[in-house]
Design a protein around this ligand. Sequence first.
Ligand code: NAD
Length: 483
Amino acid sequence: MVARVIPVETFDLVIFGGTGDLARRKILPSLFRRMRAGQMPKDARVIGTARGKMTKKAYQTLIREALEEFIKPENRTDEDVDAFVGQLDYVMLDAKGDDGWEDLGKKLREGETRAFYLSVGPSLFGVIAQQLSKRGLATPKSRIVVEKPLGHDLGSAQELNAQLSTCFTESQIYRIDHYLGKETVQNLMALRFANALFEPLWSAQHVDHVQITVAETIGVEGRGGYYDKSGAMRDMIQNHLMQLLCLTAMEPPARFEPNAVRDEKLKVIRALDPVPPSDTVRGQYRASIDDGSYLEHVDNQDSRTESFVAIKTQISNWRWAGTPFYLRTGKKLRARMSEIAIIFKDVPHSIFPEVEEKRGNALIIRLQPDEGITLRMTIKEPGPGGMRLKEVPLDMTFADALGPQVEVADAYERLIMDVIRGNQTLFMRGDEVEAAWEWTDAILAAWANSSGRPQPYDPGGSGPEDALALLHRDGRRWREIEA
Ligand code: NAD
């Protein structure tokens, strides 16, 4: 089965920080894949900008090397790479000063869609937005793209939104959370709103609880300096897990269109109860055989920054009152795994009393490693000898179900094309980001005011003991962290 591709109109894409890690590893390889899929117009232009002096040819070579590093050989040909780098240009530019802006202006075409992708540190977001506006480069057909960190608390997020909105309207601002670009996350919406089967069950009446897990195996590695100022709460919960929670819990929007979807997500965030400290668990990983502990990677030896967090949260509305949502994320865990698990209530009365352990149906929406959706069902074990029950998964791993020809697109591919198309459905609105910070800030403030410390946990496991206890005390247990 060949995926349907709808070409986009021509565009000028300017990548600020065009020589950086994000540009080389994600943005440009994603555009290359879209070109291969036939979606990128031949006259579209991509202009990398950065502080370094570099010729256009040297920039093209840099990106050629990036494609060779990040795109598998079977997914590229020399002709395609030549064609792609032929669409690239470079402008040396100082975001804070005057250098380069005039050159950039000359390269942009009048009347075409312009996308300014800010692949630079967040301290430059406001500066670049103002420069674009001041120098007349922000035309009505312009879009500006930013991604995390979108502030480090409510105040800084408001400041950032204010800076962006003096130069661009909300409909021109694209705040990326790449989790929203994942195939399975959109499939969650298809599953909920294009099938009549699940929606009647999608409430506290039938759902016992929801678990959202984003587990990483890596530690902070070389990013200790940045990470120690952030922590799992700011780095993962406020954005990625919050977005997953919103899409899982939101009411059906009237239409699949940007503001209808974002209004519903915002209502979920606003309905979240304040979380008492007793419903939160923080952890910090210990040393393993091959790597130092969290504290060995950061300067502050008294750091109370969490590399793991687990939270029990409640949504106070008619649909979800009484159904807890458990969130957990952490570094140095057993496997790299991201999933949303909807655990349904048990049958009200079992007619099979010999079955010792009863586990309800579960719908598992897996984001990684293999994107797919699984429904856990109970069936009779085949064969004679009484009524033995067995759990089986009804599995829809996309690669298996749709055939190997359907390559699951990288989230950035879809999101960049959505920017060009002007579709904001999968991007966060400013008020959503602020509401998420408001909720997160309250938890962070409670931690800051307590004398407690993150609980140490061993690498390669499922986090601190207290995280297990958070569910045990409710008579529940976490799903295994496994690849
Ligand atoms: P990086 O340090 O690799 O690249 C930064 C780029 O910005 C370089 O091209 C540099 O030349 C340019 N730059 C810096 N100061 C400048 C100035 N004054 N004027 C013009 N250009 C300037 O960083 P990165 O990893 O590519 O990340 C960029 C941003 O994206 C950061 O805010 C990061 O937090 C965010 N981010 C990165 C990733 C990732 O996977 N790398 C993922 C999500 C978000």
